[in-house]
Design a protein around this ligand. Sequence first.
Ligand code: FAD
Length: 401
Amino acid sequence: MVSFTIPPDIREDRRKVSEFMKEHVYPNEAALTREDDASEALMKELQAKVKAIGMWAPFIGPEAGGSGRGFLPYAYINEIIGRSPFAQRVFGCQAPDTGNAEILLLYGTPEQKQRWLMPLVAGEMRSFFSMTEPEVSGADPTGLQARAVRDGDDWVINGHKWFSSSALESNFGIVMANADPEAQPHRRFSMIIVPTETPGVDIARAVPVMGHTGRGWTTHCEIYYRDVRVPVTNTLGNVGDGFVIAQKRLGPGRIHHCMRWLGQMQRAFEMMCSYALKRHAFGGPLADKQTVQNWIADSVAEIQAARLLTLHAAHKIDEGLDPRVEISIIKFFGAKVLHDVIDRAIQVHGALGVTEDTPLSSMYRNARGARILDGPDEVHRFVVARRVLRVFREGGVWEFE
Ligand SMILES: Cc1cc2nc3c(=O)[nH]c(=O)nc-3n(C[C@H](O)[C@H](O)[C@H](O)COP(=O)(O)OP(=O)(O)OC[C@H]3O[C@@H](n4cnc5c(N)ncnc54)[C@H](O)[C@@H]3O)c2cc1C
């Protein structure tokens, strides 16, 4: 069972990360928000500092060049890194590179690991994951239309994708395409590594999301693949393994998101409490109004619940137990808590809450997307209910453990 005591070595890592955040990340957030050449240079400077304190890439183990020691230790550290949207990149543990690195480690050939995984984890490359298509439902990816056709020793890929996050200025993508239309629906798709500079890869635009277009890592791109030719040796795993690998990728990827969200919700919560104490209306601080107190009480309870659910899922992964239900629970529950806590914090801040003068508005944009990305809330509820009902259908009861 998960221990509620944080082990001393992880406590020490948390202290190191917290100090780094206070000294180097929060004071530079305004500069990093500008997303210009100067902010990219600053990002590189901060990344070098993280490497110097031995906290680089804590999501993955030393065999891939990271400093990770398992999911649970990472959950405790990522909760602090997640407080700032920029810190994931500063610490070398940003989506979608983390998920891509994990599947390259699990399924990559020695050559793929050398060429793509090691530079990715080292922060010398960036990547994207290209699955969702505008024309068909992303929640039900059996209908994806992108095709990969074998031609000698090459794949020739044609397709239209969007929401390929971070594709702009990246080095390679992992593209999901139908390589065998005659196979069973779940065996039709393959994941293929495509260098971004390959002829025929056309990044048509960074899709603006709630008013934000971004640059490089912060973009969500629409991409056309037109007769894109890559060697068959760029296939990740076996032909037809696309869905199996996607599950492997999205499982840990989802929990990485949930850990970061804990940091975001805690930061929004702290801002809400501090502001409620200092802002006065109708003869006293907002903190004295019962509605605000209810928001604070609900938030503290929901954040702690999301936290314990996340730690429990991380523990199950570390123990090699099946974490499918736990991951789906924290995906929909965590995203909702994130959204609601930030929403309340904005409300307490009044007009200030919707300006760019605090991080709350950009946090809110990300929180809204969180309820859709990596599978909409509704699909995760459906996964949980289906699994629970199966137990009852077979004459059992759902055991809470
Ligand atoms: C910020 C952001 C970043 C993203 N990054 C990436 C990325 O890097 N790579 C990538 O490939 N994709 C990415 N995506 C896409 C994301 O994975 C898809 O948006 C998601 O899978 C949903 O697919 P869809 O948008 O096609 O919605 P649809 O599948 O069309 O679903 C629309 C709505 O229908 C409802 N719905 C669907 N199924 C059910 C059901 N079974 N029961 C009840 N209701 C249901 C839900 O409310 C859902 O929101 C990103 C999305 C966002 C918002």
